[in-house]
Structures are given as C-alpha cells and as structure tokens.
Design a protein around this ligand. Structure first.
Ligand SMILES: [Zn+2]
Length: 388
C-alpha cells in the first residue's frame, strides 16, 4: 500500500490502516483548510479527517506528515507512454525493441506517482505498448498511476497518425472492421480528425480526415458501447467537424474560435488545449528550431493562451493534458508545466487545480478520481506542498 508524496517526489509505503497529522488539505469539494488535521485510514481508504489540536494525544504510530497538505492526486488527460520526449523518429525505431520501451514506460509510471499524478489518459500507439502497460498496472505487476488507454487510434490510411493506428481507407473499411476493432479492448475511442499544426506556417494544419457524417458514425459506434470519444483536432475545419459529430473532448484544438467555444459549452464538450508541446519548446530553448519557427510558435502560444482564458470565462469544460512523450514534454514533469501555462493564461491557481483533479476525473470517465472524502483510496491522494 502506498501514498504519493509530490512534496518529496517519493512514494511512501504505508500500512493498510493508520493515522497521520497533515498540515491541512484541499479538494474541489471541501476547499482549502490550512490547519493541522488528523487523517485516519482503514483498509487503504480515508476513514476520518478531523482538525487536530493537541499533539500529545497522538500514538507513537501516528505519522508526522505535518509539513504536507493532503490533496486529491492529479491526473494528466493526454499522454503517450510509448514516446520518450527526446526524439520521435528514434523512438519509433526503438519500438522494435519492446524490452527497452517497457523499461522506459515503467520508469515514467513511477515518475508519475512520485509527482502526485495518480491517473493518466493515454492517446495511443500502434503496437499497443500503453494498453499493455495499463493491464500490467491493473494487475499490480507494475507500479504506476491508473491508466485510461485508447489502445489504438482511428485514423485515415495515408494520412497523419500512422504511429497511432493502422489507418482505415474509408468509412466502409471501418464498418467491416468495427467489431474486431472494439474487440481489441479500449477505454476511450481516439479519432485522429486532423493532421498536425505547422511550426513554420501560422494557421496551417494538416488535412481533415473525416466528413461530419463519417465521424458521427464513429462517435455513435463508440457511444453505443458506452465508450467516450476523444478527437485530435486543430484548425477551424477539423474542430467544427468534431463538434458537429458530437465527440466528448477536443484534444489540442489549436486555432480554436470563439464561436466554437460557445458551441462546445452548449454541447458540454471538453477542451484539452495541450499548451506544453508548443510552450515548452519556447520555455526550454534548444538549437532545434529556426528563428522563423520560434516566431510562429510564439504566435501560436499567444493565441492559445488567449482562447484558453476565453474558454474559462465562457465556462467551457477545460481539462489538463500535456501530450507527454512529445518533444520537450517530459512524462510527469510536464503536468506542472501545463498547469503553469494555464495560470499564465489567467486562470486562478486553485481553478487550475480543480481542472487537474475534478474535471480531469470526468474527462477520464473515472468518478473516483480527483476527490478527497471519507472512503477515498489513499493511493488516489497525494501529499503536496502548500498551495499558495
Ligand atoms: Zn497525443
């Protein structure tokens, strides 16, 4: 049994039953409490949380966690466990050596817990490394956060996403293989709706892969099985197609418009704006990009932050996802980058924390995440630093 301690970047081994003094707690439901609290747990779950005044009454077994705040663990709504943040093409070559990738993934999974991240949603890889990692964690063979995995993404053959999915020629081929595809197992359906943004061409996005009717058919196939749909989409056309087809979340969504945000709010569609893949290139400069690319990235970043603030004000559901595994987007670390970017966009810090806990829990489809109350499993919580 364990609890993540993000304050020390460690995982604490704990007994199934115990008690501890913490400096306070925070959760979206309970708010902030900045006084000393006695936390008790049984069978690995919180059994009581009470203000503690007199320190003499504690038994020698009481853990002194009095420099830590107890909070719900974070989750990251968009990662790629099978990518290493270093070199995309080299990493794809390394996929031929599964033992190497598995060792990487085990290391990343531990980092997630050490940073207080107790759940991640994986956006897929064609060889299904992340799907197998999910099962290893679930069977407690590997230590790691809960993994919600798409297994394999649905993309159009010959278009962007060949490392995410096999690629379907058209909707007819999809129909033929639909049963087999769902039979592979998946927690969410990821559809690649558009290509990538271009770092050297402002407002340019790779082509849209699906017509609205086709994407709507994919969405219905998933919804009919109780499976949520995440859409990789950027640019006006691809985002509009995704909204019209009724997806559950839009991933990346660069070049979002105000009118699209309004429609997303009406339809309850969440936006995971993944600032880190562009922002971190500027935050951690390297020689890799030309000055023209850096200028373009700066314009994209500024636009994205403005739209994020607008979305927050419009009450659009906003999730926190990093695209970890992408260049300069380190597994686990980058969730802190992403939260900082959202604060930089103008969202109050505790609201960003609410997004990285409560809203992400909804996006991940795991209501037990992102909360702190009697009955919450200790392994879904974290011991963090002070909050302000
Ligand atoms: Zn992704």
């Amino acid at each position: 049994m364990y609890i993540a301690c993000s304050a020390e970047q460690k995982i604490f081994e704990i007994p199934a039953q115990g008690e501890a003094v913490v400096a306070g707690y925070w959760s979206p439901e309970l708010g902030l409490c900045s006084q000393s609290v006695l936390l008790q747990w049984r069978e690995g779950k919180v059994s009581s949380l009470q203000p503690s005044r007199d320190l003499e009454n504690f038994s020698p077994k009481t853990q002194l966690w009095d420099s830590y705040f107890l909070l719900p663990g974070w989750s990251d709504a968009h990662v790629h466990l099978a990518l290493d943040s270093l070199d995309f093409f080299k990493c794809l070559e390394n996929w031929a050596q599964p033992a190497l990738i598995e060792a990487n993934m085990q290391r990343f999974l531990c980092h997630y817990l050490e940073r207080g991240i107790v759940a991640i949603r994986d956006g897929g890889d064609l060889p299904a490394f992340a799907w197998r990692a999910k099962n290893k964690v679930m069977e407690e063979v590997w230590l790691g956060p809960k993994v919600i995995a798409v297994h394999e993404a649905v993309n159009r053959a010959g278009m962007y996403g060949r490392f995410l999915g096999r690629g379907f020629k058209n909707i007819l081929e999809w129909r033929e293989k639909e049963e087999e595809f769902f039979g592979q197992g998946l927690d969410q359906l990821k559809v690649v709706v558009t290509g990538l943004i271009k770092f050297n061409d402002f407002q340019k996005v790779g082509p849209t892969q699906w017509a609205v009717e086709d994407l709507a058919e994919l969405v219905e196939a998933a919804h009919g099985r109780g499976i949520p749909v995440m859409a990789h989409a950027s640019g006006e056309e691809g985002i509009s197609v995704s909204i019209a087809a009724g997806v559950d979340s839009i991933e990346h969504g660069y070049y979002m418009t105000g009118a699209q945000l309004e429609r997303m709010r009406e339809k309850g569609i969440a936006w995971i704006p993944t600032v880190a893949p562009i922002g971190n290139i500027l935050k951690y400069p390297t020689e890799r990009y030309s000055s023209h690319e850096i200028d373009t990235l700066q314009r994209i970043l500024a636009g994205q932050l403005t739209k994020i603030y607008e979305a927050y004000h419009l009450n659009v559901r906003l999730g926190v996802g990093t695209d970890a595994g992408a260049y300069q987007v380190q597994h686990a670390e980058s969730l802190y980058d992403e939260m900082e970017w959202l604060v930089q966009a103008g969202i109050p810090k505790l609201e960003v924390y609410r997004m990285a806990t409560q809203e992400n829990a909804r996006i991940l489809g795991s209501p037990e995440l992102g909360r702190l109350e009697v009955g919450t499993p200790m392994k879904l919580l974290q011991l963090g630093n002070g909050l302000v």
